[in-house]
Design a protein around this ligand. Sequence first.
Ligand code: ZN
Length: 163
Amino acid sequence: MPDGRTHYRYWRGWRCSAIVIATLAWGIHGGLLDKSLLFFLAFPLGYQLGAWIDPDLDLRGNTRAKRRYRRSILYPAYWWWQLYSIIASKFAGHRSLLTHLPLLSTAIRLAWVLIPIIVITAIMGWFIPEGYVSGLALFGMGLLLGLSYADTIHVVADIFMRS
Ligand SMILES: [Zn+2]
């Protein structure tokens, strides 16, 4: 099975393909400069998140992504992901469908990221102006699919690579 370094190498190697896919999909969609563009811009950004929100966060201990949090201003997220790995190892297990199945596990991890953001915004009394909701939903969908694509590359390596 590939280690964190190998996964990261694959993630880096396929990065440009996320831009190509998003650009082609945008062209097929009609190349419109409207709200739908948010979706196509978010797709490669979602892929970028793959270096920070990868499926192996279900492992307790210091994974590559967790070390990245520890060394950044996102240090508190390191503890938030430690909690995730404790819960994941208790109820799902490493490489279970809940932590590794693209789309499903991707949505779970993004929801995990959203929990503290929603709590903080609720405490601060911030809200999204109504006119921005549909654009934000499109952007969120693009992020989800882009990160799912990164997860798919991770899972394919998990399944087919022996190291
Ligand atoms: Zn994995």
